[in-house]
Write a protein that binds this ligand. Structure first.
Ligand SMILES: CC(C)(COP(=O)(O)OP(=O)(O)OC[C@H]1O[C@@H](n2cnc3c(N)ncnc32)[C@H](O)[C@@H]1OP(=O)(O)O)[C@@H](O)C(=O)NCCC(=O)NCCS
Length: 216
């Protein structure tokens, strides 16, 4: 039996002009930890181990986020952590999240690229890839995102894909201002950006993990 027969998510493949996105496997974790950039902001609520240095804690946070995504998956609340490759080499991750999927059909996302891979339009391509999956086969109604106001690259990706600002909030732990943005399905479809993405591997078994066919 193959991994994809056990967990149909692994049949998914998203292809953009320069990148290929596939759900991360455990075997990819060591390499992803090797290329993990040091400037990545980590969840302040994530467990940190006093005996580990910063770098080791970041690796543990990445690995635990992967295991948590797979281990606590439900049709109501899921996260697909995609591994992103260029010419076969791992260059980053792009996650798609449906934290309250059954009730609001809204997706959120997070991503990172190695420092060498930034500024080439790949951040935009990989976010567009997961939006094509979300607004297409999965039937999402809305995509949201947020970033601290000085994260111009993350907000740049959102802006370039047509997200509109909704509000700002203040992070309790750091006092930083967070900008929240939103993109609705009609705006996504009108943009024509889905035409640049190939989505493969969405079969009934895959859709079952998301609670069945979307209403797109
Ligand atoms: C966020 C990230 C994935 C974006 O990828 P990227 O390759 O740098 O971004 P792109 O080259 O695709 O740029 C997308 C858009 O943002 C704009 N942009 C990117 N970086 C920018 C910068 N530093 N200043 C101004 N605009 C910027 C680009 O001009 C582009 O807009 P355009 O299409 O209108 O020209 C990447 O920068 C990264 O890994 N950052 C560190 C991790 C992080 O902060 N992740 C986000 C929080 S989850």
């Amino acid at each position: 039996m193959r991994l994809v027969d056990v967990w149909p998510l692994h049949g998914l493949r998203l292809t953009t002009a320069d990148l290929e996105l596939r759900p991360t496997t455990e075997a990819e974790l060591p390499q992803l930890c090797t290329i993990l950039p040091s400037d990545l902001e980590t969840d302040p609520a994530a467990t940190r181990y006093a005996g580990l240095d910063d770098r080791a804690n970041h690796r543990a946070i990445l690995a635990q986020s992967y295991w948590r995504a797979m281990g606590t998956w439900s049709t109501h609340d899921w996260v697909v952590p995609f591994a992103v490759r260029h010419d076969g080499e791992l260059v980053g991750m792009q996650a798609l999240e449906g934290p309250d999927w059954t009730s609001d059909r809204t997706v959120d996302s997070w991503s990172w690229l190695t420092t060498d891979s930034r500024g080439r339009g790949w951040g935009k391509q990989m976010r567009a890839a997961v939006l094509a999956l979300a607004f297409g086969s999965l039937g999402a109604r809305t995509a949201i995102s947020s970033a601290v106001i000085d994260n111009v690259s993350s907000l740049g990706v959102s802006r370039s894909l047509g997200y509109r600002e909704t509000h700002v909030s203040v992070l309790e732990h750091s006092g930083q201002t967070l900008r929240h943005v939103r993109l609705d399905r009609d705006a996504w479809q009108a943009s024509g950006l889905a035409d640049e993405i190939v989505v493969e591997g969405v079969d009934p078994a895959t859709l079952a993990l998301f609670g069945g066919a979307g209403d797109a």
